[in-house]
Each structure stands twice: as C-alpha cells, then as structure tokens.
Ligand binder design. Structure first.
Ligand code: ADP
Length: 211
C-alpha cells in the first residue's frame, strides 16, 4: 500500500541564460510505514523533489497521489498528514520551546506524549538560544510530529550537527516512524545514513535511481 505516488514529475528552472532541467519524468512510490533515503551530492535536485512533494514548489509536469487521492491542494495535507523538518530549525527566538510547539498544534496531549517519548521535557521552558544544535533539531523532529502526520519529509536535517548528533537525529526519526506508524523520506548528502533506511534512491542526470 502506497502513501505517496509520483508519476512523471518534471521540473525545469528558467532564466535569461536559458532553461535548466532538474527533474525529468520522475516516478516514485513510497510505501506506508517505510523509510526512504534520498541521497546525492549538492545540486542534484533533492530539495527540488522534496519541495514538490511538500507543496512548496510545483512541478511543470506530472501528478502526485497521497493515499491514492490526486493532490490538488496541499493545504489540508500540510495541516494534518505531512510533517516537514527543515535544514534550519526555524524556532521563534522570543518564544520558549513549549510555546514554539503550540504554534504548530494546540493538542497538549500529543505534545506531552512526544516530549516524553523524546525525553526532552527539561527543554520545554527554555528558549531556542539556550539549546545546542542537536537539541534544537530534536525539538524540530518533535514539532514535525505533533499533528501525528502520516508522512514525514526532511531535507538535510543533520547538516548543522556533528557525526554523533546527526546519527542520533536519524535514529530518532526512524524510531518515531515505527512508534507512530508513519512513512519518512529523508534527503542527505551523507551516504553513511543509508543503512538505517528500507530503500535508498539517488538523483542522477535528472532521473531517480535506486542506490
Ligand atoms: P540539492 O537539494 O540536491 O542540493 P536543489 O534541488 O537545491 O539540489 O537544486 C538542483 C539544481 O537546481 C541546482 O543546480 C540548483 O542550482 C538549481 N536550482 C534550484 N533552485 C533554483 C531556482 N529557484 N532557480 C534556478 N535554479 C535553481
């Protein structure tokens, strides 16, 4: 059973110097409760693909199905079904961590459940600038989960972390996917994470291939 299906997705960028093709007729099916790794060097098109899946960008061609329904509008999906973790934390510096969470969800039961599971209750009253990069990114994983989404998308979520903290964040994402029955798609240029995932792809010459 697939949670997400991309059919024939193409994307080009246009500028004065001409057209630059990034993705060409990409097909991808993400299974329910599976973890997918998107690997590739900087510039190969990972963010472009993830942005199209999350609705932050639109493809020139192709269709996306979520839970077997063609996506016409990402609004409802982003509220409840899709969680996103960014490279940067985007926490509001004037708000403590619990208030940052409440911006995303008013469901305190969910917030408390996830904070217990992540073992980060001691961070609730702190402000973002009092947290290490590793703690900030754990909070961001928690924030992406408070609406109990079915698909979690993360674009280079470990870029600002040392090796040890990076693996901890990847482990947290994978373990959360099993606890909360969700699928994940995680992009990184670091191939060492591949072993944590069920399936891995790379983008080579505008095409998606299993690696
Ligand atoms: P990655 O995430 O793998 O680093 P990106 O998807 O960010 O790759 O970028 C893929 C290619 O598309 C790069 O060559 C990049 O320069 C180009 N690109 C990305 N966004 C734009 C844009 N808004 N306008 C023009 N070119 C872009």
């Amino acid at each position: 059973m697939s949670i997400l299906k991309l059919t024939n997705i193409s994307k080009s960028y246009h500028s004065k110097v001409g057209t630059f093709d990034v993705l060409k007729s990409i097909n991808l099916e993400i299974q329910k409760n599976s973890n997918t790794f998107l690997f590739g060097p900087s510039g190969c098109g990972k963010s472009t693909l993830l942005n199209i899946i999350s609705g932050m960008d639109t493809p020139d061609q192709g269709v996306i199905h979520f839970n077997d329904n063609k996506i016409k509008n990402h609004f409802e999906l982003l509220k409840n079904e899709i969680g996103i973790i960014f490279q940067d934390h985007y926490l509001i510096s004037e708000l403590n961590i619990i208030d940052n969470m409440k911006l995303k969800s008013s469901n305190l039961k969910n917030i408390n459940e996830i904070f217990d599971y992540f073992n980060i209750n001691e961070l609730k009253e702190k402000f973002p600038n009092q947290l290490s990069n590793g703690q900030k990114q754990r909070v961001c994983v928690a924030r992406a989960l408070v609406n109990m989404p079915k698909l979690l998308i993360a674009d280079e979520p470990t870029s600002y972390l040392d090796k040890e903290n990076a693996q901890l964040v990847i482990d947290l994402i994978i373990n959360s996917s099993k606890r909360y029955n969700l699928s994940t798609i995680i992009a990184s240029h670091d191939l060492s994470f591949k072993k944590s995932f069920d399936i891995s792809y790379t983008i080579n010459d505008k095409n998606l291939i299993i690696c």
